[in-house]
Design a protein around this ligand. Sequence first.
Ligand code: 5GP
Ligand code: MG
Ligand code: MG
Length: 190
Amino acid sequence: MAEGNWHAADIDRVIVSEDQIREKIDELAKQVGTDYGTAESVLLVGVLKGAVMFMADFARALGRYGPPVEMEFMAVSSYGQGTTSSGVVRILKDLDSDIAGRHVIVVEDIVDSGLTLSWLMKYLQSRRAASVEVVALLRKPDAVKVNVPVKYVGFDIPNEFVVGYGLDYSERYREVPYVGVLRKGVYAQG
Ligand code: 5GP
Ligand code: MG
Ligand code: MG
């Protein structure tokens, strides 16, 4: 599966293939389209940069099944201690428009500790959105421990560091069209 490209040599294992991603996004969009069938519109809020690929594909899929879609992007950075995020969040890029009264769906690449997402949902609710739900392509086991209601989840994956389909390692591998685990040697080289 991971063949023919420069990155194939860096990927140890494919976790979610391109076909699986495409099928799942169609499934999620059908579900969201049904749930929001009577809404005037939905406002997708993509979390930069990891959710960019998912946002683009999900928005197009929702265009087939749902009400009219608008798109906003936010960029946040969590003040972590080492590799664990603390849940204290700094906004790097805020919403461009007023979301009061809007049906908001946060579009996330992956939920791990869920701390960033938990902060983000409170923030969006404080801006008086009519509703706030989350669609995440991937979810790791630790996410279950935190009380973040992620209504729509693509895939539950093992507790490993993954890259591809928007997810980076040191800003690389975002363009890889599937989700995979890096070879150990890639980290070792720094
Ligand atoms: P959380 O606040 O849920 O712990 O962190 C979520 C963010 O951490 C994600 O949006 C993503 O940017 C990053 N992240 C968590 N797990 C992974 C992973 O396995 N691979 C990559 N590339 N980023 C991850
Ligand atoms: Mg993210
Ligand atoms: Mg990253």
